[in-house]
Design a binder for this molecule. Sequence first.
Ligand code: SF4
Length: 457
Amino acid sequence: MSTAVERFGLMLARHPGSIQVVQWLMVAVYLFLLVVPAILPAPDADAHLWNNLRLFAQFVFWGLWWPGVMLITLLTGRTWCGLFCPEGTLTEWASRRGLGRPIPRWIRWSGWPFVAFVCITLYGQLISIYDYPDAALLILGGSGIAALAVGYLYGRGKRIWCRYLCPVSGVFSLLARLAPVHYRTDRAAWNAAAKARPDRSIPIRAVDCPTLLDIPRLTSAAECHACGRCAGHRNAVSLVVRSPNQELVDPASPSTRSQAVILLFAVLGIATAAFQWPISPWLLHLKLNLAAWLVEGGHYGLLGSAPWWLLTNHPEANDVFTWLDGGLIVAYMLGGGLLLGALLALWPWLAARLLRDARLPWERLAMSYAPLGGISLILGLTMLTLAQLRAEHLSPDWVPGLRMALLAFGSVWSLWRIFVLIRGSAAPQARRIAAGTLMWAPVIVMDSLWYQLFFVW
Ligand code: SF4
């Protein structure tokens, strides 16, 4: 008998028309909230998010939508991508009407998710994407146009943009690997269905998988957009509940170096630096000293401003970045973020050297920290939610406790994953204990950084 989760997957497969209606409604709402606030005047001092469209759109986009999408992906896999994402809908629509060219090799480069995430995070911080609707329109609108163009050029009704180039696909892949539900293929049933059909000369209808996945060999939820189109196919594919640690321990679902790099250097490194820099006293101190030194020396070039699409420039809001600000933000995020990533990568690398177990390379050990990465993103993104609520004099006093509880949850989950992985190693016990102890270091580092951000600065 099928479970409620399986029935939900089948329901998605049976109602593609309803899903498309929802998807195009999302496109309409998304475009409205992206474009209209950008042409409205700046809000008055007495405006609120419930009576000013600019403030409302800002809260919906960055206070609710962005952390909400991370949470939904962590809990349900990439359902946002497969069922709701406006860029996915647009790129697939363009691909159905486009040139249908084969996917070039440069698009398949596995480094794009990392590079695109870093570039969009840096650029977003430099032009203050969270604060100004013209900045949001420039970046999200540009990303949407790129998705349309890639869809028009490549694939036949597929989501080539989402699979290979979307700047957040690497992060979503990491989170989806932790989801407690996934689409599972029963290989035996899949093959049996092919043999059992009465007329073997008639091919079985193929699944219209938008991300071109090899469904019979599906071993990971990382690339699956959870669209449900394959549910029930050949009576072999179903949406099922699983352990959130299944992909970590399943040898059929290997962890790649690019995923480990995204987790350590992009999610835990550069994204953490992006959450830190606006309130970092170190950066402020350095900036004041450098500015004083430049003034003393009569070097005013770096203290000038730039167009808003290069560096934040909103004098009406008293918010203008100088070239010095821009340079320091880039240095803090790239230098500090990559340094932090390298510091975090050192410990799984050392642990793998100690274990000398071919089944446990450093990349797989590093994936133990995925829960901490997911929770870090949610903590960082909800800082904005809380700042927006504080501006409306809504600041629940249970927030600090909830933050610590979430951080503890992500840390304990990561430590549990370390234990599960290393317990299964064939290495001698002394080496396993030493490796397990080393693996604690990144958890302690990240917890200390978050504590400093929330309670010291
Ligand atoms: S495997 Fe493909 S068709 Fe099936 S749910 Fe995932 S993305 Fe959709």
